[in-house]
Design a binder for this molecule. Structure first.
Ligand code: NAD
Length: 504
């Protein structure tokens, strides 16, 4: 088990065996300081091939294939217990690897534990269905695993997104090839070590889990293309997801895609200002804006526009920017200097397009933060909904505030991007909240709150924010196929044109 926050050895997991990968060397570093944490030799396509072969064997092995749902649930509970025992270490490791605050990484580890527990409970209480017969037979539908599932995750919330795929995929009886992002491989590897130890201790076949960090275009692509992989669950950018869907179409393979967003947060004149300001800021600046559901477009009713903008401005200036290890920090560094520079470039483009920088819009001056990938929480206004920064995902701490005049104008502006992941509505009028919630295109709508999640509540995007569902009971179904069985109960042979039995 993990006992220190020291980086793990240079090993990846290929077919249940921990060893050095054959691919490019990854250099995860602490974005708060720029210091390298360790090096990890990533996977190559030969490793993927070996992992897929082992996964195919493991998925078909009677020791796994033959487990009843409540027995698989017991394995998931043991994983949850083991992750929980290592919670502090995992949170500290993730803070080093991603820069996130310790408060957030502790919450992400707790979310991973909750995911394994919830999935175990859902599995143990799931029912195969005996459907109503429409003839002289019993009809039943059963859920069966795909066999080998590819799980590809991004860098922004590693342990939670890894668990969100791993738990239901194992629950459904699959073997998993987990491909974490190249910038942040450490937590997926640490989680993988815990999971493989539990699987080994339970006497289950090796190869049920491989952890294959590396470049997406080689390692991720090999996972998607491998003929033994029967389903891929992907979380990441929309363009990457589109490419994966194209390969899946050739293979006629199901995919689940959790993609990008440009989510609107909507403030009506009757909103409670204190709750609204706290919620809007949390929605965009927590995780330094590196969240698929970040409320990056803030629509404010014109009659309260100046008042709300002033309140957002002064509250944003009061946010504490610093390292994730400082318990007072609210806005931690971005994941990587390259990503910070991309965010800065998008703000510069917005400025050139006519944006007014209300606050932020630059790297902090504080010499203590000089080595880190910091960017100040930024508010822009003065742009229309068609400006590039109102349509493209920034994935950083940048909010654009826009006025609206009435519900129809609001809905037209809110729905003017290709995305449909999330939306927030701030109002005291529950009828209006319900009306607007149904008109705004978003897989998840928060009313008088923002960025709240529950493993029990299904999550998925509309439009170019993705397809398929994660979380909740439907999220477990994502990892299995439905099969039907007819059991003949007729006393007589089937009546068949021109032949009615006879002979024997
Ligand atoms: P990304 O698409 O660049 O990478 C995501 C993962 O896919 C990584 O593991 C990467 O190595 C891999 N990958 C890249 N190219 C690949 C290819 N051709 N074939 C197979 N795998 C490939 O995304 P990112 O920059 O790591 O993450 C940020 C994006 O993720 C944002 O767009 C964000 O909105 C999205 N995201 C979505 C959700 C959601 O639930 N909807 C959650 C978190 C992040």
């Amino acid at each position: 088990m993990l006992t220190t926050t020291e980086p793990p050895p240079d090993e990846i997991c290929v077919g249940g065996i921990w060893r050095r990968g054959g691919g490019a060397v990854l250099s995860p570093y602490d974005p708060a300081t720029g210091e390298r944490i360790t090096t990890v030799t990533g996977a190559d396509t030969t490793d993927v091939d070996e992992a897929a072969a082992a996964a195919e064997h493991a998925a078909a092995d009677p020791r796994w294939r033959g487990l009843l749902p409540h027995e698989r649930a017991r394995v998931l509970h043991r994983i949850a217990d083991a992750v929980e025992r290592e919670a502090a270490t995992l949170a500290a490791l993730q803070t080093r690897d991603t820069g996130k605050t310790l408060t957030e990484t502790a919450a992400l580890v707790a979310s991973a534990v909750g995911t394994f527990r919830y999935t175990a409970a859902a599995l143990e209480t799931s029912d195969d269905a005996l459907t109503t017969p429409r003839g002289p037979h019993l009809t039943m539908t059963v859920q069966e695993p795909y066999g080998v599932v590819g799980a590809i995750t991004p860098w922004n919330s590693p342990i939670a997104s890894d668990a969100q795929k791993l738990a239901p995929a194992l629950a459904a009886g699959n073997a998993v090839l987990l491909k974490p992002a190249a910038w942040t491989p450490l937590v997926a590897l640490a989680l993988g070590r815990i999971v493989t130890q539990v699987l080994d201790a339970a006497g289950l076949p090796p190869g049920l889990l491989s952890v294959l960090p590396g470049d997406g275009r080689t390692v991720g692509d090999a996972v998607v293309r491998d003929p033994r992989v029967g389903m891929v669950s992907f979380t990441g950018g929309t363009d990457t997801g589109r490419g994966i869907a194209a390969i899946a179409a050739q293979k006629l393979m199901p995919v689940s895609l959790e993609l990008g967003g440009k989510s609107p947060t909507i403030v009506f004149p009757d909103a409670d200002l204190e709750h609204t300001v706290a919620g809007v800021l949390y929605g965009i600046f927590s995780s330094s804006g590196q969240s698929c559901v970040a409320g990056s477009r803030v629509f404010v009713a014109r009659e309260i526009y100046d008042e709300v903008l002033d309140a957002l401005d002064s509250a944003t200036r009061a946010l504490r920017v610093g390292p994730g290890t400082d318990p007072r920090t609210q806005v931690a560094p971005l994941v990587h200097h390259r990503h910070r520079d991309a965010v800065a470039a998008m703000v510069e483009q917005a400025r050139a397009d006519g944006a007014r920088v209300v606050c932020g819009g630059r790297v902090p001056n504080d010499p203590d933060l000089a080595g880190g990938a910091y960017y100040l929480p930024t508010i822009l206004d003065g742009l229309g909904p068609d400006a590039a920064i109102c349509r493209q995902e920034v994935f950083g701490p940048v909010a654009v505030v826009l006025p609206f005049d009435g519900e129809d104008d609001l809905v037209a502006q809110a729905n003017s991007t290709v995305y449909g992941l999330a939306a927030g509505i701030w109002t005291a009028d529950h009828r209006r909240a319900w009306r607007v919630a149904r008109r705004v295109l978003a897989g998840t709508v928060w009313i008088n709150t923002y960025k709240q999640f529950s493993i029990a509540t299904p999550f998925g995007g509309m439009g170019e924010s993705g397809l398929g569902t994660e979380k909740g009971r439907p999220g477990i179904r994502t990892y299995s196929r439905t099969r039907s069985v007819f059991w003949g109960m007729a006393e007589e042979p089937l009546a068949w044109a021109g032949w009615s039995g006879g002979g024997r």
